[in-house]
Design a protein around this ligand. Structure first.
Ligand code: ZN
Length: 227
C-alpha cells in the first residue's frame, strides 16, 4: 500500500474518535496553525508503558523511523507515519451520515451473506431486497442486505420465510443457508461516527497502562473498517 493511502484516526480534543482521514490530509492538518501559533493537530503515540505521548510536527519530524517501519519520504528527509492524531481545539462529535449505497450495505453487513453467513468474493456479492420489490419492498437500509449469489438466486422473488432449500441435490449440497431462509440479524440503518470508541478524557497525560490496550483496539477497529 502506498504511504499516501494510509489512514489516520482523528480524535477530538476530548480524545473521542471523530473520523479517519488519509495521510496527506493528516499532514496538512499537522501543518496548519491557529493564529496564536498552536497547531490544529498533534500526533499521539502510546509509549511501551503507561501514558500516551503527544507530538507536534517539529518534534515528530526529528524522530528516527525504526528498522522495517513504513515511512514517508520527502526530498530532504524520512518521517515516521502517524496513526492517530488529536485535534487540539475541536471538541464536537460530528454525526457522520452514511450514504445509502451497495458498498455501505456491504460494510454494515461485514461483507457476509446475511442468510448463509459466508463471505463471498466481491463479484458474488449481491443486494437482496428482503421483501422483494415485486411485493412492494423498498430499497432501504432496513429492507436490503448483502446476499451471496447462491442465496439470492435461491430466494428469488420470495419472502425469506417462503424460500426453502434447493430441490436439486447438487445445489442443496452446496448451499449452507437455513431452510426456510432467515436473516442472521435484522438490518438497521448504521449510525457511524466512524469509530464509536471513546478514549480517555483530558490531555491524555498521564493515563493508565490499561488504556494502552484500548489504543490498540481502536487501531484494530480502524483497520477493520478501512482495510
Ligand atoms: Zn448466502
Amino acid at each position: 500500500m502506498a504511504a499516501t493511502s494510509k489512514k489516520v484516526l482523528v480524535l477530538n480534543r476530548n480524545w473521542c474518535a471523530v473520523g479517519v482521514v488519509c495521510l496527506p490530509k493528516a499532514i496538512s492538518l499537522l501543518f496548519t496553525h491557529y493564529e496564536d501559533g498552536e497547531p490544529r493537530a498533534k500526533i499521539i503515540t502510546p509509549p511501551p508503558k503507561g501514558s500516551y505521548e503527544v507530538w507536534d510536527w517539529s518534534d515528530w519530524s526529528g524522530l528516527r523511523p525504526q528498522e522495517g517501519e513504513e515511512t514517508l519520504i520527502s526530498a530532504s528527509s524520512v518521517y515516521r507515519i502517524p496513526e492517530v492524531m488529536l485535534l487540539t481545539r475541536y471538541d464536537r462529535m460530528p454525526i457522520q451520515k452514511v450514504n445509502f449505497c451497495r458498498r455501505a450495505i456491504w460494510k454494515r453487513d461485514e461483507y457476509r451473506c446475511q442468510y448463509c453467513g459466508v463471505k463471498p468474493p466481491a463479484d458474488e456479492c449481491t443486494l437482496d431486497h428482503i421483501l422483494p420489490r415485486s411485493l412492494g419492498g423498498d430499497t432501504s437500509w432496513t429492507n436490503c442486505v448483502l446476499a451471496c449469489y447462491q442465496c439470492n438466486s435461491q430466494k428469488a422473488d420470495r419472502r425469506p420465510e417462503d424460500a426453502f432449500r434447493p430441490r436439486d441435490k447438487e445445489r442443496a449440497r452446496k448451499w449452507k443457508g437455513p431452510s426456510p431462509m432467515r436473516l442472521l440479524k435484522a438490518p438497521v440503518k448504521p449510525e457511524y461516527s466512524v469509530v464509536n470508541y471513546p478514549l480517555p478524557k483530558g490531555s491524555g497525560l498521564p493515563v493508565s497502562p490499561s488504556v494502552a490496550l484500548d489504543y490498540s483496539q481502536v487501531l484494530h477497529q480502524v483497520h477493520r473498517l478501512f482495510p
